[in-house]
Write a protein that binds this ligand. Structure first.
Ligand code: NAD
Ligand code: DAU
Length: 332
């Protein structure tokens, strides 16, 4: 049995990861999470206390981080400020958590010689043109666009430097857009599902032609576990499931699956600096580690996700009004 320290384990991907680890390994998990507006204790409800404990605190708290890392065999670092729109309104918590927080963790794993896995995003590579046949690979140069993606890119580079300069035993993964249960209603898919449930017309930024490469959160987390178990130290692995769709296609599918006309949505103000297209080539992960996605139909995965939000209103309702009033300020 390993002892995993999972930062950000009360967020969307982190809480799904904790469930995945408890279901697929004998490991015990300590979650370190600041429970910001994006963290939710309810996302960890019902998990066995003898295998999962939640510590409320910040990854920028060096003393707390040191004591938790001292008790762990591996650290899996999900904690972040994760929403592009928020980073445009106020970049400051992004710099603190994504850069200073990652630095704090790296210093602790360096002191204790602890295996570390760093969760990152495909956004560090910037964007691709809509008609470009290329996809991101591990060799694509970094070119982030938003304050969020710039801080994630900076955190990746810190990890690479700590591997090379100090011999830290780390791996990095850069994944594309996740969907699935427990995702905050500020994000595109859950925002629009819950809008439709509330009888509100979905909102599409600009023309809606921007492309995202969707992957189910369980497929992301299975890849993270594979990297933790079999990945080569110092390596980066891109995670993606060949799920490219433009935002219009996604919104039309949500409306159709929920029994509404496919065109019952509105166009709103575009996101400043809005990245056009993300697309992942995950050949390295597939050939080296034998990972393949389990969710091969986006429509089926989306239908499951819609069912989940329909069945878990008590989970998302408390955050809905505050989220929508934030969007109202930018007319989105
Ligand atoms: P999220 O916003 O749902 O969760 C982030 C979690 O981190 C929350 O529980 C929050 O309370 C916690 N947190 C924030 N600041 C903290 C701090 N200072 N100390 C401790 N905990 C803190 O985010 P998510 O969508 O689950 O993303 C998780 C990770 O995956 C992030 O690193 C993100 O960059 C990366 N990622 C996300 C996606 C995606 O599509 N959502 C895709 C690729 C990579
Ligand atoms: O690519 C990985 C990234 O995916 C992660 O690193 C981020 O943490 C995660 O938030 C996500 O970033 P995006 O900016 O792509 O996700 P978001 O859900 O905010 O938006 C997805 C697309 O939908 C994007 O093109 C903007 C658009 N959008 C979003 C919202 C909230 C809309 O058209 N309407 C909306 O209401």
């Amino acid at each position: 049995m390993r002892r995993q320290l999972v930062t950000g384990g009360a967020g969307f991907i982190g809480s799904n990861y904790v469930r995945h680890v408890l279901a697929h390994t004998d490991d015990a998990v300590t979650v370190l999470d600041a429970l910001t507006y994006a963290g939710n204790e309810a996302s960890l409800a019902g998990l066995p206390p003898e295998r999962m404990r939640l510590v409320r605190g910040s990854i920028t708290d060096a003393a707390l981080v040191d004591s938790l890392v001292a008790d762990a065999d591996v650290v899996v670092h999900f904690a972040a400020e994760s929403h592009n729109d928020n980073s445009l309104a106020d970049p400051s918590p992004f710099v603190q958590t994504n850069l200073v927080g990652t630095y704090t963790l790296l210093e602790a794993v360096r002191r204790h010689g602890t295996r570390y896995h760093h969760i990152s995003t495909d956004e560090v590579y910037g964007d691709l043109d809509l008609d470009d046949p290329a996809r991101f690979t591990e060799a694509t140069p970094y070119n982030p666009s938003s304050p969020y993606s710039a801080t994630k890119a900076g955190s990746d580079l810190l990890v690479r430097a700590w591997v090379r300069s100090f011999g830290v035993r780390a791996t990095i993964s850069n994944c594309s857009n996740n969907y699935g249960p427990y995702q905050h209603v500020e994000k595109f898919i859950p925002r629009q599902i819950t809008n439709v449930i509330d009888g509100v017309r979905p909102r599409l930024y600009g023309a809606g032609l921007n492309v995202r490469d969707w992957i189910h959160v369980d497929d992301h987390n299975a890849a993270v576990l594979a990297i933790l178990e079999r990945g080569r130290i110092g390596e980066t692995y891109l995670i993606g499931a060949d799920g490219e769709k433009n935002n219009r296609e996604v919104i039309e599918l949500i409306l159709t699956l929920m029994g509404h006309p496919a065109d019952a949505y509105d166009h709103v103000t575009d996101r400043p600096g809005h990245d056009l297209r993300y697309a992942i080539d995950s050949t390295k992960l597939r050939t080296e580690l034998g990972w393949t996605p389990r969710y091969t139909s986006f429509a089926d995965g989306l239908a499951d996700t819609i069912d989940w939000y329909r069945g878990h209103e008590s989970w998302w309702r408390p955050m809905k009004a505050a989220t929508e009033s934030k969007y109202a300020r930018t007319g989105q």
